[in-house]
Design a protein around this ligand. Structure first.
Ligand code: DUC
Ligand code: ZN
Ligand code: ZN
Length: 505
């Protein structure tokens, strides 16, 4: 890093003064000197910057890394995601998130490499904050698992999601093993949507046959046992190949118990949960005129006891990641939640709810300020660990010299009522309308540039850059000497530890 003056005779482009910084491990008071988009100095009484922000008395945290959101994703039906890379990243920035990882989705029959190229074309020039890509692997052909995936992993697409449900996306167990084998050999992180397809179809078909088609039946057709069974099966498949996996959008105690059990046995099983599993219940799928469709997502929100279990698992380390799973569909209008108007049966309502902008404020308010989580755990769950698990650390997810100056100055102690009219996404509702929070970002910096200040978006399309991801350390299998899977030792294509070269520690 150059010691030359940054702007005129000022050594820093920007200095954030009197910051009360929290990282995943520490809390300290400091000034933050920013030069060329990166953190250049952490010390008290820094010399002046060309710009200055006084953060006295306020928390200053790493910008959020939202490692699970859907933007302008191909859907395979007539539904249309309401947010593209402009409105989605704008909304993220206004909620204190500075990196997003949406999904380049492969439809069945398509090339995965082409899906990634297409997604770049969709994102190019639009994002206001930095972004990486996960992939969705829905067609695990030999061409995909043996040629396309290894090449893409080497090019910086080091994580992908697979589904155990949805006819147009799901893989069977054998296909999952093929994909995990590739992940293992090439050091990629596999994210798993764990719900049991046949159980859901069996229940849903019977409900629909009896005319039970309102949104609450969505939740009843996807009960916790369906998630628990698939979670256990995913863990077993991962254990068979001794390959790390990350179970996404975990909703309640049944799945959490499976994950905790696996972690206690020494398996590298990671897990994510989302705001809807802390702040919504199945009762939110009720109401008149299909209003419950606004809260249809999968797995569905559960109940107050599940909230308690999710809070506990956030606090005790069972979960490493707290993401939004922002999946934006408008309530009214074409491509939205009601393709057949008010008579739309639950299985035709597009799955997913918006949450990019509200993720951090909800968790800060109800987690940190209510004493359920300490501030370091909040930072770990929302920024540091997602950056590490997906190969973006140490550039993203922390406040450290050399890291990108992705920083949020927080306002706390407010009461602020969440209103969709104040949000910056392109969805016509928020499931959290009317909820009071006591924390909200005051200023968001993306690589040292102010992109949000006091309720107003001040960034610009095209500022956000694509981030190729390293192969994460977390995705490395256990070294062969610690492995307890003798069946792997006889399989030459599985056994070598080649995935260990070049992974980010
Ligand atoms: N899974 C997601 O991750 N997001 C939206 C819908 C779904 O099933
Ligand atoms: Zn999913
Ligand atoms: Zn999702």
């Amino acid at each position: 890093m150059s010691d030359a003056p940054a702007s005129g005779n000022k050594p820093y482009d920007l200095v954030v003064r009197h910051a009360r910084v929290a990282t995943a491990s520490d809390v300290f008071e400091t000034d933050i000197g920013i030069r060329d988009g990166r953190i250049a100095a952490l010390a008290r009484d820094l010399p002046p910057g060309a710009e200055e922000i006084d953060a006295a008395g306020r928390w200053v945290l790493p910008g959020g890394v939202d490692a699970h959101c859907h933007l302008a994703q191909k859907t395979g039906d007539n539904s249309v995601m309401a947010d593209d890379f402009l409105s989605g990243t704008r909304s993220a920035a206004c909620g204190g998130t500075t990196t997003v990882i949406p999904f380049a989705a492969q439809l069945k029959g398509e090339s995965l490499a082409q899906a990634v190229r297409d997604y770049h074309a969709v994102a190019d020039g639009k994002a206001c904050i930095d972004y990486a890509f996960h992939m969705i692997v829905s067609d695990a052909t030999a061409q995909v698992t043996q040629e396309e995936l290894p090449a893409l992993i080497g090019q910086g697409y080091t994580s992908f999601k697979i589904y155990m449900t949805y006819d147009d996306l799901k893989l069977n167990d054998r296909q999952i093993l093929d994909v995990l084998d590739t992940a293992r050999r090439h050091g990629a992180m596999t994210m798993v949507h764990a719900e049991s397809s046949d159980c859901i179809a069996w229940l849903a078909d019977r409900m629909l046959a009896e005319g039970l088609q309102a949104p609450p039946y969505h939740a009843l057709s996807r009960p916790p046992v369906v998630e628990r069974e698939a979670t256990h099966r995913a863990i077993s498949l991962a254990e068979l190949l001794d390959t790390p996996i990350l179970i996404v959008h975990v909703s309640g105690p049944e799945a959490i118990e499976q994950i905790r059990w696996a972690q206690t046995r020494g398996l590298k099983i990671y897990a994510e949960t989302c705001p809807q599993y802390l702040f919504l219940t199945a009762a939110d799928l009720g109401g008149d005129a299909l209003h419950g469709a606004k809260c249809i997502c999968s797995p569905p929100p559960r109940d107050a006891a599940a909230h308690e279990a999710v809070w506990n698992a956030l606090a005790n380390g069972t979960f490493q990641v707290f993401s939004s799973d922002h999946a934006p569909f408008r309530f009214d209008g074409e491509g939205g939640k009601k393709p057949q108007g008010d008579d739309t049966p639950f299985n035709h309502v597009p799955n997913g709810i918006p949450g990019l902008e509200t993720r951090l404020a909800l968790l800060f308010s109800e987690g940190v300020l209510e004493g359920r989580l300490d501030i370091n755990t909040f930072v770990a769950l929302t920024a540091t660990q997602p950056a590490k698990l997906y190969g973006l650390a140490p550039r993203k997810g922390t406040i450290a010299i050399g890291a990108d100056a992705d920083i949020v100055v927080w306002d706390t102690g407010l009461p602020r009522v969440v209103r969709n009219a104040d949000l910056h996404h392109n969805v016509d509702y928020t499931p959290y309308e009317g909820r009071t929070v006591r924390a909200w970002p005051g200023i968001t910096l993306s690589r040292g540039r102010v992109v949000y200040r006091d309720g107003e978006f001040v960034g610009e399309a095209g500022h956000g850059r694509f981030l190729p991801c390293e192969r994460p350390l977390a995705a490395r299998p256990r070294p062969a000497r610690h492995r307890r899977a003798p069946w792997l030792d006889v399989l030459s294509r599985v056994a070598p530890d080649t995935a260990n070269d070049g992974a980010t520690p």
